[in-house]
Design a protein around this ligand. Structure first.
Ligand SMILES: [Ca+2]
Length: 368
């Protein structure tokens, strides 16, 4: 009863709408909590989660946030090629777990390239090593023998409807798992992604980086029917670390707090080399924050599909709020007539964010 309550609290859980096993006392207790008081949720209510990731400077802080959040039980990390090649995202994931004292969490190697495209990385923004050039010791722990998709499928099937996923890199691993195992999307209570944008991209005018790297994978995921929350640039580009946040992490008594401070300081310097103002955006951490407590953002039900054909726009997330839902006209030599689509929301999309409470949660938890 208690175990399932954590999901039932989430207003976006399938179970929530059914109120299965939820007592009136639980419901009233959950309803009356101010949103950020959920930080004190007892360990008995932990939600189990896999983090699919491409560390990545903001991935590092996102992973530290998850590991320091009493609401979450991190079951595994599944690195994927993205910000830097898999060789580095894999070793960085192992390094970050060691730094944070969570060496017991399994790490399973994922895809080393997108489904059908060449890998484009973002080392200009994450440093050649993916962690803004900060050197951490070589990891002593090793990846498990299973691949990322084998591990994801095994964990989800062993505990159907219990294990959520936070995906903060290109969606190659998740799409591959869904393709291998079409039943999987129905067994995952929530997939929260950092990715996409309804307000312009960051790697091209149209596309956000994670979706741009593997648009075909993103299309599989968005069309899969999995309960999906999209935390994209519309909100994440506004959640920038401030100088005082970085100083708090730098003076933390916790190893992962100080590691986060070093990465954030180096990221700030990289940001200053590439753009005019502001601090490092906490793209991935906001996806973790939203998974923990959706009230840090404002979510809207939309139908979102992924542009995969465009030569200038591949990876664009096209969001429909209402009819008419219509695709581009067919070519003159095609037999099909213009396609009208049924409006059926497939994603909860974050379109506004309460930045200060989110940053407070992030820094309080990481810095300790
Ligand atoms: Ca990432």
């Amino acid at each position: 009863m208690i175990k399932s309550f954590a999901y039932q609290y989430s207003p976006f859980s399938d179970l929530a709408t059914k109120n299965i096993l939820m007592t009136r006392r639980h419901f009233l207790a959950a309803s009356s909590l101010p949103p950020l008081m959920l930080q004190t949720t007892s360990p008995a209510l932990k939600r189990r989660v896999i983090i699919d990731t491409d560390p990545g400077t903001d991935d590092a802080l996102a992973i530290f946030l998850a590991l320091n959040s009493p609401e979450l039980e991190v079951e595994a990390l599944t690195p994927v090629a993205g910000n830097v090649p898999l060789e580095l995202t894999l070793s960085n994931a192992l390094r970050l777990l060691e730094v944070a004292g969570h060496s017991h969490i399994p790490v399973a190697a994922g895809a080393d390239r997108p489904l059908v495209r060449r890998l484009i990385t973002a080392s200009y923004f994450h440093g050649q090593n993916g962690l803004a050039g900060i050197q951490f010791p070589e990891p002593t722990i090793k990846p498990v023998a299973e691949t990322a998709t084998q591990l994801i499928r095994r964990l989800v099937h062993a505990s159907p409807h219990e294990i959520g996923i936070i995906a903060i890199g290109p969606l190659t691993n998740i799409a591959t798992a869904f393709r291998e195992d079409p039943e999987l999307p129905r067994l995952i209570p929530r997939l929260t992604i950092m990715g996409g944008s309804l307000s312009g991209g960051n790697i091209t005018p149209a596309a956000e980086f994670n979706i741009y790297v593997d648009p075909e994978a993103a299309q599989i995921v968005f069309r899969s029917g999995v309960p999906l929350t999209m935390v994209g640039l519309d909100v994440t580009r506004r959640a920038m670390l401030r100088e005082e946040d970085i100083q708090r992490m730098e003076s933390s008594s916790k190893p992962e707090g100080r590691a986060a401070g070093k990465i954030a300081r180096a990221s700030l310097n990289l940001v200053r080399q590439t753009s005019a103002a502001g601090g490092p955006p906490m793209h991935d951490s906001l996806a973790v924050g939203t998974f923990i407590n959706p009230s840090v953002v404002t979510l809207h039900d939309l139908y979102v599909d992924i542009e995969t054909a465009g030569t200038l726009t591949a990876g664009e997330t096209v969001g429909y709020r209402k009819a008419p839902m219509r695709a581009s006209p067919p070519m003159a030599n095609a037999s099909a007539s213009p396609q009208s689509m049924e409006f059926k929301p497939n994603a909860r999309v974050a379109l506004d964010v309460d930045v200060d409470p989110f940053l407070k949660m992030l820094v309080d938890r990481i810095a300790g």
